[in-house]
Design a protein around this ligand. Sequence first.
Ligand code: SAH
Ligand code: SF4
Length: 391
Amino acid sequence: MAAKSDKLVQFELNEPETVSAKLRVLFGRTRCELERLSGELGEAEYRGRQMFEALYRQRVTDLDAMTALPVEFRRKLSEAGYTVGAPKITQTFESQDGTERYLVELADGRTVETVWMPEGDGGEAGEDSDDEVNHRRATICVSSQVGCAVRCNFCFTAKLGLERHLTAGEIAGQVTAVLARHDATVGSARGQGNPDRINLVFMGMGEPFHNYENFMTAFHLLHEGAGIAASRMTVSTSGVVPGIEKFAQEDVRPRLAISLNAPNDAVRAEIMPITRKWPIADVMQALRKVNLTGRERLTFEYVLLGKVNDQLKDAEELAQLVKKSGLRAKVNLIVWNPGPGIAFDMPKPEDVLAFQMALRKAEVPAYIRKPRGLDIFAACGQLKRTVEAAG
Ligand code: SAH
Ligand code: SF4
């Protein structure tokens, strides 16, 4: 997509934001915005902070539950037409493996998908060695757009095309709705006992870096507001170079994953047309600008497609590519999840293991991501706004 039309798309797709402002929705507003609103309504600034706390930490769903605010102020908000307006879970599909897929309803009636995976997914969360029994562990997979404009031809979300961007509140609201459903405690809020080990992966529907500002605002709401550690969040991009460059400038940010999916441009361009715009070398160069902190590593995601990119020569080429990049990185291998209307083959189990071994032999850390919730269409790349796959 040319830069000019990108702008146009963003403008049109951000329309719902204006709609929620008109609807006077509070959920999704930043602390500054809430403080300003308090002032406008003739209240002290700290009332804004209390709203912030109530929305994201206490996860209230209506104004009456904002008990820190005086009744009078709550009435004033309500009379002025303000509502909490957080997205709601309207449908749940439960997998035999404990994974749950949700349809989350937005203000305009559209739905988006969010997934809860108990015990992580063996990839992003799999290296966490702390498995004290007192902590519940789970990973929440969050969507950033309704549909997606990147046309990766192995992915079901791609088939939807892009319907619209999600607002910051719609992105963060998926998380608070799921946390509330599981009554989960995150961060180190005092007096709430041992926090659960909840990881967030922005790997649901959509390309987060095509909706950069809203995505980053949602990240801050979840970090400062909900109290989720930045190191427990990972955003995945298909390789939008200007997005990676902007991301590299952020002071506080989640971890970064890149959907590489091929060992060279020729194979990648066939399965990810975005490669023609931003070849692998450009992506690597942008990644070098991201300052990795402490033990942080980048993640290269690699979807294994039978005979397309899953052979030993591919693993060897990938190992060289990662090593030559000089980046501190690991590879997360994802077995392609099949579905109707997409003509790829799953890789053979022995090829998957051989691929991992080849990477490890070349001293590239490699993990195999466990497929989760296949029976309810909740696995990677299966998210498509649909109710057909009722479990
Ligand atoms: N748009 C972003 C994040 C969402 S996709 C991105 O592409 O990075 C999250 C991951 O799911 C990506 O690594 C993608 O390559 C992978 N994926 C997509 N379709 C898949 C499928 N059918 N089976 C397995 N993984 C898939
Ligand atoms: Fe979009 Fe990611 Fe699917 Fe590609 S893999 S179409 S970028 S959601």
